[in-house]
Design a protein around this ligand. Structure first.
Ligand code: P6P
Length: 334
């Protein structure tokens, strides 16, 4: 029987990849894993408990907040605060950066940007949803409260990033810059077990994922790329197939395993698109590059974009390098 490696064992084993590692990053990753287990439990009984429905409060996105959104946000904030390794949190659910101003957190090395429950509109129809997280080293003075600027760093400064997908099984997938590894939760013992070591994009894929109902609003280059996907692919002699769930973590996870590009373009109405640079695009871009793929806004490497504000949006293309380069080629041409 293959030796089972738990997330905690893996994190500690890999701590050596950081010469200056003191264990703080290991602890913060574990804190995220603990919160994910609580969210898993609630997501998996969402249909039963009266946790469905609306909490009645609006988040920054102006969307009506589902109770699970609130629950997930609170779980991750509580776990990061209790762990003492995080000095501030930027969350999709909070307009302002949460500064954890207390004597322990003020000495913490790291800050976290998180989308606690992405795809929440899918909660009530039992479609996979996810958490997206990313960890930076703070730039502000240790011992003092962290600052919003600690979160507004380019993705090349990411220390770690990952996601949790609450689907047919719950998986935590993350990178610290040394490849991408996936862990499946065994709910019977409450442990994340290494199930997908060293995840890599296939060299080329034939899946494209985009919300084609926005087609008339897409830039001409994107329309041309979609038309290209409809035509025979010279390398596989069959056209691309379209798969789109409308839940970013689920679409991206499938495409990373099977080979495909995920597109959320800007449109005439919303030139910056819908997805948030800080806590959706950049963590996923780190994952993409560590899995041998690419992530772009159509002309720039996502990880090199310096965010100006916490909730700013960006057009987003992520997938095998050859497919992302193809859409960038179309965008350059048009
Ligand atoms: P659309 C979910 O609301 C989300 O933020 C992502 O998870 C998903 O990829 C996207 O929006 C779907 O947006 O406009 O296609 O419904």
């Amino acid at each position: 029987m293959k030796q089972l490696v738990t997330l905690t064992e893996f994190i500690i084993d890999r701590q050596g990849e950081f010469p200056t590692a003191s264990g703080d990053l290991s602890r913060i990753l574990n804190d995220i894993g603990i919160a994910a287990k609580f969210v898993h439990r609630e997501v998996n009984k969402a249909g039963l408990a009266d946790i469905l429905g609306l909490e009645g409060t609006d988040n920054i996105q102006g969307e009506q907040q589902k109770k699970l959104d609130v629950y997930a946000n609170n779980q991750f904030i509580s776990a990061l605060k209790a762990g003492g390794q995080c000095a501030a949190i930027a969350s999709e659910e909070n307009e302002e950066v949460i500064i954890l101003d207390n004597p322990i957190s003020n000495k913490a090395k790291y800050v976290v940007a998180i989308d606690p429950l992405d795809g929440s509109s899918n909660i009530e129809v039992n479609v996979s949803i996810g958490t997206i997280f990313s960890i930076y080293k703070r730039k502000s003075e240790f011992g003092k409260p962290a600052e919003e600027g600690d979160l507004l760093q380019p993705g090349i400064d990411l220390v770690a990033a990952g996601y949790v997908i609450y689907g047919s099984s719950t998986m935590l997938v993350y990178t610290t810059g040394h490849g991408v590894n996936g862990f499946t939760l065994d709910p019977s013992v409450g442990l994340f077990i290494l199930s997908h070591p060293d995840i890599r994009y296939p060299d080329h894929g034939n899946i494209y994922s985009v919300n084609e109902s926005n087609h008339i609003y897409f830039p001409e280059a994107v329309k041309a790329f979609i038309q290209f996907c409809h035509e025979d692919d010279p390398s596989t002699k069959r056209p691309y197939i379209t798969r789109y769930i409308g839940s970013m973590v689920a679409d991206i996870h499938r495409n990373m395993l099977l080979g495909g590009i995920f597109l959320y373009p800007g449109t005439i109405k919303k030139p910056q698109g819908k997805l948030r640079l800080l806590y959706e695009c950049k963590p996923m871009a780190f994952i993409a590059e560590q899995a041998g793929g690419k992530a772009s806004d159509g002309s720039r490497r996502i990880l090199e974009i310096h965010p100006d504000s916490v909730h700013q949006r960006s057009p987003f293309y992520m997938g095998p390098s050859a497919m992302v380069e193809k859409i960038e080629e179309f965008i350059r041409f048009f």
